[in-house]
Write a protein of this length. Sequence first.
Length: 181
Amino acid sequence: MTSAETMALSATAVRAGRAAFYTSADEFCTIFNRDMDSLFQLAMVLTGDEAKAQKCFLAALEKCRKSTTVFRDWARSWARIAVIENAIEMIGPSAGKMDTRNAAYAGASPEFDLVLRLDTFARFVFVLTVLNQFTIQDAAILLKCRPQEVENAKLRAMEILGRNAAETIKSSAMAAHRLAS
């Protein structure tokens, strides 16, 4: 065997060994198919718009399919992060920009609807820090802002959600009482 043949054989073995550790495009497709509901809900709650959520979901899938250095054990987390990064890129949440437009989704549960009513930055912070358990520091890095801005938005979101949940429970109890009377 010549040295060129040996090198070619070694390179093939290295690629095969490397492939055993990294996630393939087909494996990412399987992950997105299996976790479609949760990944789409993540895109929906972040973008606040069904059409944007679809674009976000598909862009994340494409980003993952093109990734060649994602360890298999990290593939599901990588898929979620790809959705989050695409939503941030699409929507551009900013601590200094307090929008008043409320997102809406026709098929939303009452809890989902409460989160969609948050201003965009508070919604992103809530989804990242509470629902996905990112640290304040990691959320600040992703959102390109100071940790204090994330902390303030998280507190604001929790306060608003608590107040809105209490109002929802109260109105539901009053409606049930009227029905029982």
